[in-house]
Design a protein around this ligand. Structure first.
Ligand SMILES: [Zn+2]
Length: 179
């Protein structure tokens, strides 16, 4: 084979390589990179809506920033019983422990208390002709759901959350081994 014959082969190889790279980029674009997500940084985030639109998936954005509500019994956590911690899917702020989750019949993941004071913010919500308390993430202000007074003891509260704005991290295996 003369060097002249190598050229078409090189072109084919280059095309194959570049198509592989493109496929990789497409995968990354499905889940946007969110530089504001942190499980350790507790500094408050005050970002314009346009930034959130760029760094959140459309599904998370619709609930977190546009106060959407997912359909009852549709989310991934409403009947989930795994042991671990729930974080804000928009910014990584710790919100709830699985110990505070209870089997609610409402169709949304429900908790009777937050993981620490300041984890969430409470705001009056009079939309849809109702008197409700909106629950937002204490770090980034993402809409999470609502708070009701019909929860179980010891608090009597029901934090009625949307699964899509929650990230779950299971407890480490060593705590499992103790059981
Ligand atoms: Zn957040």
């Amino acid at each position: 084979m003369t060097p002249r014959h190598w050229i078409p082969l090189l072109v084919v190889a280059a095309l194959l390589l570049s198509s592989g790279t493109l496929a990789g980029q497409r995968q990354t674009m499905e889940k946007p990179l969110n530089p504001y997500y942190s499980r350790t940084d507790i500094h408050k985030l005050n970002l314009p809506d346009a930034v959130w639109k760029k760094v959140l998936s459309p599904e998370v954005y619709a609930v977190a920033r546009k106060k959407g509500t997912e359909e009852a019994f549709s989310g991934k956590f409403w009947d989930y019983t795994g042991k671990g911690t729930y974080y804000c899917a928009a910014c990584g702020n710790a919100l709830f422990r699985s110990d505070a989750k209870f089997a609610s019949t409402c169709g949304w993941p429900s908790f009777f208390e937050v993981v620490r004071k300041g984890s969430v913010l409470y705001l009056p919500d009079h939309s849809y002709g109702m008197d409700r308390t909106e629950v937002q993430c204490g770090r980034c202000g993402a809409h999470l759901g609502h708070l009701f007074d019909d929860g179980p003891p010891p608090t009597g509260k029901r934090f009625c959350m949307n699964s899509i704005v929650l990230d779950f991290e299971p407890d480490k295996p060593e705590s499992k081994a103790k059981r």
